[in-house]
Design a binder for this molecule. Structure first.
Ligand code: UD1
Ligand code: CA
Length: 461
């Protein structure tokens, strides 16, 4: 059986003053719990059990299909939280379990894997991941004896002046042998100033029983940082934001002014791409080489090819191929795919539609639920009328078609290759290839009508 993990996420985050569980607070737009889960999965952990408490419904929904959850009805401390997963621990008898805090989002797969190696190589029953940090206030301190041997973890609330000076802290992440953990949980008490069951007390209990316990100091001290307040959350956000930009710049991406630039650490961005102010690149984005992204562009789960320009664009679950130019002020919604060298200009919206290469959707146009060919030109103000109040229908537009200004294509409708629609047409029937569709009232002029009726008196000017 593979090693498993328990993530503690029952806390209300009283200090966050939020109506959501603390683990749902976001660092660079991704909930802390997701970052912690990714770190565990990346280290080869397979089964994950999340301890929920405050607003468990939110976490149950968020984690559906990805992790099992157990509910901690009362928050009686981190040790009590782990006790709720007693069955999960017993099911994993014979392997190791990793305990993680849902509010420590920088823990990384390498630190977890290195700590496991240290844990197994030394045959420890418990290995705590620690780090030395400049401001240890609020963390549990790693207490060592004269020989540097690990003795105990002492929480801030229980620490005396000397202990408070210790800079080596408990990250909250720790490996246990499952069977030993079951035994240690049975020995935990809440005999401390807060009346809580501390998981950290397992260290002194195990040592008291003559068991071997280790503290693994992480190379990456940031890996241990946790967020209990919105101020700490903002600090972690800023730390990761700067780190990501530094890494990207090292790889050849330009960020000439980082004002308002926030890029998720999972973003892949090619060399010579320039990221301009006000650009937010969220989870799941891949951007090619030599692009200009921004200013004021927000991307989520979106792939962008090489040599693309995105100016004031909002895109979600979209794909943009090489040499495309999008914006200013364009909205690509889920399922939008923009072909090579195509253009979506100002005030255009594309949803669940595939647009071919060398196609131009320049101004004030909505393309929804449609398949658009190559070399198509949309005039200004065109609409694919995809929703009839009940159902969504598709439009199909062939290669090199020319959709005149202010055309409404009432879906389902097909416009053939090279076909034209006259400006102002409301097209309800298919248009054959090479045809011109005119679907509008013929104009009549009433001579002298204004002189007779005097319908309008303009202001004097
Ligand atoms: C904890 C550790 C501390 C460590 C720090 C690292 C204990 C007693 N202290 O302190 O040594 O330095 O993390 O960030 O373990 N939780 C529950 N149920 C509870 C209580 C907490 O699920 O009853 C969850 C919280 O949601 C959180 C995690 O456990 O994700 C840690 O709890 P928190 O109260 O934040 O502990 P800290 O005071 O930060
Ligand atoms: Ca915490």
């Amino acid at each position: 059986m593979k090693n498993c993990a328990i993530i503690l996420a029952g806390g209300e985050g009283t200090r966050m003053k939020s109506s959501k569980p603390k683990a749902m607070a976001e660092i660079l737009f991704r909930p802390m719990i997701d970052r912690v889960m990714d770190a565990a999965l990346g280290a080869g952990v397979e089964d994950i059990c999340v301890v929920t408490g405050y607003r468990a419904d939110i976490l149950d929904e968020h984690l559906k299909g990805r992790a099992e959850t157990v509910h901690q009805a009362e928050r009686l401390g981190t040790g009590h939280a782990v006790m709720q997963a007693a069955d999960f621990i017993k099911e994993h008898s014979g392997v190791n379990v990793l305990i993680l805090n849902g509010d420590a989002p920088f823990i990384d797969s390498k630190t977890i894997a290195d700590a496991l190696e240290y844990h197994t190589a030394n045959r420890f029953v418990q290995t705590v991941i620690s780090a030395k940090i400049d401001n240890p206030f609020g963390y549990g301190r790693i207490v060592r004896d004269k020989n540097e041997s690990f003795k105990a973890i002492v929480e801030e609330a229980s620490a005396d002046c000397k202990t408070k000076k210790i800079k080596e802290i408990n990250s909250g992440a720790m490996w246990f042998d499952c069977d030993t953990l079951t035994e240690l949980l049975g020995l935990l008490t809440n005999d401390n100033s807060k009346g809580e069951y501390y998981i950290t007390d397992t260290v002194s209990i195990a040592l008291g029983k003559g068991l071997k316990v280790g503290a693994f100091a992480a190379d990456n001290a940031d890996a241990v940082l946790g967020a209990n307040t919105r101020i700490q959350l903002a600090e972690l956000n800023e730390l990761l934001r700067k780190k990501v930009m530094t890494e990207l710049m090292t790889e050849g991406v330009s960020v000439p002014c980082s004002d308002g630039v926030m890029i998720d650490d999972d973003a892949e961005i090619g060399a010579d791409t320039v990221i301009l102010p006000g650009t937010i690149i969220k989870h799941g984005c891949k951007i090619g080489k030599n692009c200009v992204i921004g200013p004021n562009t927000v991307l989520f789960d979106t792939t962008v090819g090489d040599n693309c320009t995105l100016n004031s664009v909002q895109a979600e679950s979209a794909v943009i191929h090489d040499n495309a130019s999008i914006g200013p002020f364009a909205h690509l919604r889920p399922g939008a795919e923009i072909g090579e060298s195509s253009h979506c200009g100002n005030f255009t919206e594309v949803k669940n539609s595939k647009i071919g290469h060398h196609t131009s959707v320049s101004h004030l146009t909505y393309v929804g639920d449609s398949d658009v060919g190559n070399g198509v030109n949309f005039g200004c103000g065109c609409v694919t009328v995809n929703f009839n109040g009940k159902n969504k229908n598709r439009c199909v537009i062939g290669d090199d078609a020319f959709i005149g200004c202010n055309t409404n294509l009432i879906a389902p409708v097909t416009v053939g290759d090279r076909a034209f629609t006259a400006a102002g047409s409301t097209v309800t029937d298919d248009v054959p290839a090479d045809a011109l569709a005119i679907a509008r009232e013929r104009q009549t002029n009433k001579e002298g009508w204004v002189t007779d009726k005097k319908p309008y008196r303009p202001k004097k000017y």
